[in-house]
Structure formats: C-alpha cells, structure tokens
Design a protein around this ligand. Structure first.
Ligand code: SF4
Length: 223
C-alpha cells in the first residue's frame, strides 16, 4: 500500500459503517461521564490500562479518578490507598507508585499540568509512545499523532499494509503509508475493530466488512 492507494478510502468507509457506535479506546463515553475528562485523567487511565482488560481499567479509573482527578489531589494519597483503589489492574503495585511519582513530577516541573508535547510526555517515568500519543489525541484533541496499541499493530500487518515486529515500527511505517486524513480515525476505529471482529486469536473473517482487502498474513485460524 502507498499513500495514493484508493483502497484506504473504501476500507475506512466500511469500517466506519460497521463500527458506527464505536467509542474512544481509553474509556467508553458513559464511563468518562462519571469522571472529569482532562489530559491528566486521560494519562492516568491510559497507565492503568496497560496489560489490563478494558472493564477492569474502567472500574479502577472511576474508583480512583472520580475523587482524585488532579496531581495535587493524587499526591495527598498514600500509595497503599492508590493500590487498593486500582486493584485488580495488572501490576497495580508498580502502577500505584508510578502514578504518585508522575503526579509529583507534574507538580514540580510542569506547574501541575500534563505537558502538551510528545517529547515532554515521553520524559515522564513509565510513559511510552502509546500513552504519550493517546494523551495528545484524546487528552488534548491534537491532530497528527498515531497511538499504536496491540490492535493497531496487529491488524495493519494482517491486512498486508506493513510488515513490522513492534508497535514503534508500525507507527513509523504507518506514518509513511497512511494518508494524513485517516490518522484521526485510525486508532479508535482499529481498536474497536480489533476488540470485536479482527480479534487476536481466530478472527471473524467470515463476517469481516473488509475481507476482500485483507491478505490475512499470519492468520492461522479464523471463524
Ligand atoms: S479478513 Fe480476517 S484477518 Fe483480515 S481484517 Fe478481516 S477479520 Fe482481520
């Protein structure tokens, strides 16, 4: 695929039609209504989501962020209290420590704000490219960023658009081949698509709206 390939138009049109009621990948819309949606709460929810199921992340985010939704409020909390609020997210002990450290850094070095810069976000301990990109897109509504999670990495490889081994490589390759006009839709569409149809093991190819465009690379078993 190259940037001029007309297939992108059709693929994005079909996915949008299929996933009309999709929601943002960090938290669903109804869950965001229960907490204040800010760059800080986006950042913390994303940290909680790493290696954790969506439902668990949602409940943990609400328990923690409903009340403690700023770095100032967060640093008042003892680590054991953060741990108990976010349990059972994966690596909850490490994440509790990290959340407190990051909140302190934000206060000490950024006047209590989340930096609106990918490079500055990446300097925060425990913040990787996926989280930094998510904050830029869903926290700050900035354009020109491509958050790559496991679905956004797996599906373009299955489709045959790219051949990459890591999410970082995927981000680099997609920046080269995916026309800019699709960047805003890419993450949330592909996350939802990966959660519902192009699932990690045995994808539902028989009811996939973009089946005819897919090379099914590395798909051993499908339904
Ligand atoms: S045809 Fe199968 S592997 Fe290809 S995108 Fe659709 S569900 Fe995924």
């Amino acid at each position: 695929m190259n940037k001029e390939n007309k297939q992108f138009d059709e693929i994005f049109r079909l996915l949008k039609k299929e996933l009309r009621n999709f929601t943002t990948p960090v938290l669903s819309r109804s869950k965001w209504e229960e907490i204040v949606h800010t760059p800080y709460t986006t950042l913390i929810s994303c940290l909680l989501s790493l290696r954790t199921k969506d439902e668990v992340t949602e409940q943990a985010s609400i328990r923690l962020l409903k009340k403690y939704n700023t770095p100032q409020k967060m640093i008042e909390l003892p680590i054991h209290k953060i741990q108990s609020l976010i349990y059972p997210v994966g690596f909850y002990k490490t994440k509790a420590k990290r959340i407190k450290e990051i909140s302190k850094t934000l206060i000490d070095e950024h006047n209590g704000n989340v930096p609106e810069s990918l490079n500055e976000l990446l300097k925060l301990k425990g913040v990787g490219r996926k989280t930094a990109n998510i904050v830029m897109v869903y926290g700050y509504n900035r354009k020109g960023f491509l958050p790559i999670d496991t679905h956004c990495h797996r599906i373009p490889n299955r489709l045959g658009w790219i051949k990459t081994k890591t999410p970082e490589q995927t981000e680099n390759e997609l920046r080269k081949i995916l026309p800019d006009k699709y960047w805003d839709d890419f993450n949330h569409l592909f996350v939802k698509f990966g959660q519902t149809i192009c699932v990690p093991i045995s994808p539902f190819c028989s009811r996939c709206p973009i089946n005819e465009f897919c090379k099914k690379r590395s798909v051993i078993k499908s339904r």
